[in-house]
Ligand binder design. Structure first.
Ligand code: SIN
Length: 512
């Protein structure tokens, strides 16, 4: 029986903890309460092939197409092929998916050739899934440490030995035979995000500091439709999948002129189409018109969105609602192989914290919860196996990375100002957002280098988060500067074309 530390309590962490608890001692560490995670707020659902008129090959093809030439096919194949089995596991864990009679009810989302999105509680898929798994993990894990912040991952002799954590009693070391990082993404890098406050990229930053290799960090996905109100409440793509349309200030549909799939084009295309229309109409948000679906259907199929709209005084059954893009999902992260193995033996990364290569430059809608459950399960299966020497660089064995960046720790003795989160988020939104240029990226880097993190000896949770955001902002900006083309979630106004020769990852490591 090995001692496994699982970090994070979104679906990836919960599955890893539940599965690993069958054979190992498991300590689950999470910085808020067990139920708080990005997963909890997921609306649309989980994509998987569970009907006879759909095929794994078509799910693979859709994922590869959305990924804009950057998907790693072996990871995509694993993702799609193992999805149905993992859905079955969720049902056994007590997740009650919505059904039509005995069959799963299926939704359609952008760039899917079939309606294959399973959902639960209408638009409360994340909460329903998380609640069932939280109940399981509370019963099965050896120890659960809530409100505990993982400050650093400790590596000795090229193997993980544990984690340094901070809680109300101060800093402590938890020893481990293996660490499964499942601490999620970093939506808080941006001024506008659909992600909750906990998404500060702590796992990616800690792994990077420990020497792990990152990949694809320049690819950030902006969801096209967040409610244009403070807090950027997500308006699920499933709403457009049911037939809602986007209209400009004159009431005209504009996506048909931009892409043959119109409102259901890949996310990056729709997000940029909205951004361009907003610029043309002086910054006013565009409108999502769901009125044709009828109030009763909207209330029954999308109860959470209906409630959120009401809380802002909006009646979306009667009137179109204002929407705007917002940062949503990080395709990049800690580079892994298809078992979540990173470049540090004993350190696994699963879920949004990882870059498996399954999403390429632009994740297909509702493939994220799927990736979490599939790769968390695989990481647990691989526990105790011999660590392959080429994990995770097996991915670029046949195509060398486009760039291998080494990031030097800046000399903070010359920088006086402690980073301010809102200033950082605003800078990232303005200069490293949906459309980027060399000069804006360079000016962002200069600004980032002028900030320093708070003194490590006196950091509270928010100071650690700010330090992590500052580090990650630099990784995203450096990689975005190095990729001189446009592809998927990375769009350069000064290099608007996709260069087929550049369909290779950019990797990043800390310069020792
Ligand atoms: C949504 O409901 O639109 C989000 C689903 C996803 O990001 O995969």
């Amino acid at each position: 029986m090995a001692k496994i530390v699982v970090i994070g309590s979104g679906v990836a962490g919960l599955i890893a903890a539940a599965e690993a608890s069958r054979h190992h001692e498991v300590i689950l560490v999470t910085k808020a309460n067990l139920a708080e995670s990005n997963t909890h707020y997921a609306q649309g659902g989980i994509a998987a092939v569970v009907s006879t008129d759909d095929t794994i090959a078509e799910h693979v093809a859709d994922t590869m197409f959305a990924g804009a030439g950057m998907c790693w096919e072996p990871a995509v194949e694993v993702l799609c092929a193992e999805g149905p089995g993992r859905i079955n596991d969720l049902v056994n864990f007590g997740v009650e998916f919505d059904r039509t009679g005995a069959d799963f009810a299926m939704g359609l989302e952008a760039a899917h050739s079939h309606a294959r999105i399973l959902h639960a509680g209408g638009d409360a898929t994340g909460a329903v899934t998380s609640n069932a798994l939280v109940e399981t993990v509370r019963r099965t894990a050896t120890e659960i440490r809530e409100y505990t912040f993982v400050a650093d991952i400790v590596v000795d002799n090229n193997h993980v030995t544990g984690v340094q954590v901070l809680d109300a009693d101060g800093m402590q070391f938890i020893a481990a035979d293996a660490v499964i990082l499942a601490s999620g993404g970093a939506g808080q890098l941006y001024r506008h995000t659909t992600n909750p406050a906990v998404t500060t990229g702590d796992g990616v930053a800690a792994a990077f500091r420990a020497g792990a290799e990152l990949a694809d960090v320049e690819f950030y996905q902006f969801h096209p439709t967040a409610l244009a109100v403070p807090g950027s409440f997500l308006i699920s793509e499933a709403v457009r999948g049911e037939g809602a349309v986007l209209i400009d200030a004159n009431g005209e549909r504009f996506m048909q002129k931009i892409h043959p799939l119109a409102e259901l084009a890949p996310r990056d295309v729709v997000a940029r189409g909205i951004q361009r229309t907003m610029i043309e109409q002086g910054g006013q948000p565009v409108l999502l018109d769901a009125t044709a679906l009828g109030s009763d259907f909207l209330a029954q199929r999308f109860p959470s969105i209906t409630k959120a709209c009401r809380s802002y005084g909006l009646n979306w059954g009667r009137d179109p609602i204002p929407v705007t893009p917002a940062a949503h999902y990080w395709m990049g992260g800690i580079a892994t192989d298809t078992f979540g193995r990173t470049s540090i033996p004993g350190l696994y990364a699963v879920g949004e914290v990882a870059c498996t290569g399954a999403h390429g430059a632009n994740r297909l809608a509702s493939n994220s919860l799927l990736e979490s459950i599939v790769f968390a399960h695989r990481a647990v299966r691989a526990l105790g196996e011999q660590w392959p020497e080429d994990a995770p660089s097996v991915r670029w064995a046949n195509a060398a990375p486009l760039a291998e960046l080494e990031l030097l720790e800046p000399d903070h003795t010359t920088t006086a100002q402690v980073v301010d989160r809102v200033e950082l988020q605003t800078l990232m939104w303005d200069n490293v957002g949906l459309a980027r240029t060399k000069s804006e990226l360079e000016s962002a880097l200069t600004q980032l280098h002028s900030w320093r993190p708070a003194d490590p000896a006196h950091r509270l949770f928010p100071d650690w988060e700010d330090a992590n955001l500052l580090l990650l902002a630099r990784t995203v900006t450096e990689a975005a500067l190095a990729r001189e083309e446009s592809r998927g979630g990375h769009y350069r106004l000064d290099f608007p074309d996709t260069d087929p020769a550049k369909a290779r990852p950019i990797t990043l490591v800390r310069k020792a």
